[in-house]
Design a protein around this ligand. Sequence first.
Ligand SMILES: N[C@@H](CCC(=O)N[C@@H](CS(=O)(=O)O)C(=O)NCC(=O)O)C(=O)O
Length: 210
Amino acid sequence: MQLISATPSPYARKVRITLAEKGVPFELVTEVPWNSTSATPKYNPLEKLPVLILDDGSSVYESRFILEWIEAKYPEPPMLPGNIDGKLFARQVEVVVDGVCDACVSLFWERHRDPDKQSAEWKARQMRKVDGGLKALAEWVGDREFIVEDRFGLADVATGTLCRYLDVRFPEHPWRTTHPNLAAYSDRIERRPSFAETVPVPQVISDKVV
Ligand SMILES: N[C@@H](CCC(=O)N[C@@H](CS(=O)(=O)O)C(=O)NCC(=O)O)C(=O)O
C-alpha cells in the first residue's frame, strides 16, 4: 500500500499517524500536489492528497474517508470509542479541525496573490474560521490528556496535527498565547512516536498556483 503525502500536509499527517498507531506498513510517496509533476490527479479526480493507493491499484482519498476506511479494515487498536456518542463527538472534532485546515489553505493561497488582488474581506472571513475553530478545540481539550473519554484517538490525531500545522504554516499566529492549554496539549502529544516520526516541514512549490 502507498500513501501520497506532502511534507506540511495536516490531512496527510492524520493518515500517517493513524497507520503508525495501528502498525500498518505502507510506502510513503512525498509530493507537491500543486506542481504539474504530481501523480495525485491520476489517483484522485479532485487532485488532492492524501491518497491511499491499494495493492490492486485502486485508490482511497479524502482524509476523513481514508481514516474511516483504515478504521474499518484495521480496527485494532481502535481510534474511536465503543459508544456511538463518543464516536460522533470524535468525528465532530475532526470536522472542526479539517475546517480550520481548509481555512488555512484558503488563506495561504490568498496571501500568494499580488497584494492588490488580495481580498481583505476573504482573508478576514478565513481567519474568523481559524480563530473560531481553535476556540472550540481549546474548550474541548480543556486540561485533558486526551479529548474523548480520556483515551488517545481520532480527535487527538486531528487536533494535534492541526496545532503543529499552524506552527509551520502560520508561525505568526498567536494561538499558543490565546490558548495555552492547547499549546501544552500539542507539546505533550508531539512526544508520541507516531507524531515524532511525522513532524511537518514546509515544502518548495515551484509552479504558479494562483
Ligand atoms: N479535504 C481534503 C483536503 C486535502 C488537501 O487540501 N490537500 C492539499 C495538500 S495540503 O494542503 O494538505 O498540503 C492538496 O492536495 N491540494 C491540491 C489541490 O487542492 O488541488 C482532505 O481532507 O484530504
